[in-house]
Design a binder for this molecule. Structure first.
Ligand SMILES: Cc1cc2nc3c(=O)[nH]c(=O)nc-3n(C[C@H](O)[C@H](O)[C@H](O)COP(=O)(O)OP(=O)(O)OC[C@H]3O[C@@H](n4cnc5c(N)ncnc54)[C@H](O)[C@@H]3O)c2cc1C
Length: 451
């Protein structure tokens, strides 16, 4: 429902990555007072590259991590730049910068800085400010609007500062805290074990025998750069049914071998796979993905993370009992991120101003229940609850909140990059066959809007 009503709220956004930045922009546009708290010294979230990871526990098991970004030095975007940008700020090629279609990570960071400058967002951001606690001030007080206590701490300060807000938007990302497998012997294994969260460059692995666990994006990418320096790379995958692209890479490199899952790790460095094969390894590198965690958030058990299902969340955004004063941006995975975050941000901003309203609590809970049930029936494991991979969902989300649907060329370019990666893993970022679609994109109102 839409109305013309426009109340201004005091809103705290946690995080100045791609989700938090667009949240700040949309909230201010809607007339709210916004403070963004960011623990790092600059904007960008994951895209603010951090080369120094020495202080981090190699398996990233600490509840509060010292390093947020999991981006490694050689990382290039997996999607073409044309599809990445927010709807009103295309990710354009700039002279003198990384002009590739699939640029390196720094280019996306520069884009985010440009976005910030273009919309004058920096003045809303408190850098070097970590949120330590978020809780409800007056939970259970009948007839009163919920208010939120936010306790935060400056980087060089011992003192916690407490502030009260009408609403909190959590935009803290979910690619930092390692999701580790549980493998027999893992705690007894004496040699190097680390998660891709702390991987930066291949050089420390020179002449080593490395077991890479997990063959999704990071596992494949890191293995492909380790082949140049390591003695052997043993890629352990859940299924040996791999893509044509990965098969081609493996057949090209003698020192890269595919294995099934690990059965057991032994103290002397032996790694035994479930098919009975084994190697003596120097390092095990877990490329096993990341977990959702909100160590600062106290909702009295209303929002819980259960095997990477953050819930209950209506449309991955609002806990029905606390909506709209508590919201989450950026929870879904396998979507075209930036425009989706933007649509979430606009919805939150308009709900807080009273311009829109949510369905009743019962309806929201029912919708969440039906969603969980449909995922269960489709055999999707709980830890993939927020993995969308479905443009229809993005369209219906947009329709529900009056946001423009993704352009057809964005969807098609996304699919053609995925297909190309499946077949030509080593080359898809430099060679493609979707030129016609690309031309359509380049002439679209989105990519030409800034002239
Ligand atoms: C290796 C890797 C490759 C990727 N490749 C791609 C890609 O090619 N394309 C793509 O679209 N996406 C990719 N992603 C996903 C990427 O995370 C998203 O693009 C995007 O960064 C998500 O934005 P976000 O703002 O939700 O989270 P983040 O970028 O993680 O930002 C969250 C921000 O919150 C801050 N924060 C966290 N906790 C607190 C706290 N308690 N107090 C204050 N501040 C806090 C952090 O410092 C950070 O700045 C990749 C991720 C990784 C790790």
């Amino acid at each position: 429902m839409v109305s013309e009503k426009g109340q201004s709220r005091n809103v705290c956004v946690i995080g100045a990555g791609p989700s938090g930045l667009v949240a700040a922009r949309e909230l201010r546009k809607e007339g709210h007072n916004v403070v963004v708290m960011e623990q790092s010294h600059d904007v960008g979230g994951q895209w603010l590259y951090e080369p120094n990871v020495e202080s981090e526990d190699p398996l990233g098991r600490d509840k509060v991590l010292k390093v947020h970004s999991s981006v490694y030095a050689s990382l290039r975007l997996t999607s073409p730049r044309e599809i990445m940008g927010y709807t009103d700020f295309p990710f354009l090629i700039k002279k003198g910068r990384d002009m590739r279609r699939f640029p390196g990570h720094r280019e996306l960071w520069l884009y985010l800085r440009d976005f910030c400058d273009w919309f004058g967002l920096r003045e809303m951001i408190r850098f070097n400010t970590r949120v330590e606690y978020v809780g409800m001030l007056n939970y259970g007080e009948f007839g009163k609007d919920l208010k939120w206590i936010v306790r935060n701490k400056g980087k060089n300060s011992e003192k916690e500062v407490e502030e009260i807000f009408d609403a909190v938007v959590v935009a803290t990302g979910h690619y930092s805290h390692p999701r580790l497998p549980s493998i027999k012997g893992m705690d007894a294994w004496k040699r190097k074990q680390m998660h891709s969260h702390v991987y930066r460059v291949p050089e420390p692995f020179r002449n080593e025998v490395v077991v890479v666990v997990g063959n999704s994006l990071s596992g494949q990418d890191i293995s492909m750069e380790l082949v140049e320096v390591a003695k052997e790379i043993h890629l352990s995958a859940k299924s040996l049914n791999i893509t044509e692209g990965l098969s081609k890479v493996i057949s090209k490199h003698e020192n890269l071998r595919l294995h099934p899952q690990i059965d057991c790790l032994y103290e002397d460095g032996k790694v035994l796979f479930v098919d009975g094969s084994w190697v003596m390894a120097d390092t095990i590198l877990y490329c096993t993905g990341y977990s959702y965690t909100f160590p600062f958030l106290d909702t009295k058990g209303i929002v819980v993370v259960d095997d990477d299902r953050v819930g209950p969340l209506y449309e991955h955004t609002f806990p029905p009992s606390l909506a709209p004063s508590l919201s989450f941006i950026g929870i879904p995975r396998k979507i075209i991120g930036f425009p989706f975050f933007e649509s979430q941000a606009r919805w939150i901003a308009q709900l807080l101003s009273g311009k829109r309203t949510l369905p009743s609590w019962d309806e929201m809970m029912q919708s969440i229940g039906e969603f969980y049930q449909s995922r269960d029936l489709a055999g999707i494991p709980k830890h993939n609850t927020h993995e969308i991979a479905n443009f229809e969902y993005c369209d219906s989300y947009a329709d529900q909140i009056g946001f423009p649907r993704l352009e057809e060329w964005r969807k098609q370019l996304c699919i053609s990059a995925l297909v190309n990666a499946d077949v030509n893993l080593e080359t898809y970022k430099d060679s493609w066959e979707d030129d016609e679609l690309l031309q359509e994109a380049l002439q679209s109102p989105h990519l030409t809007q800034l002239g």
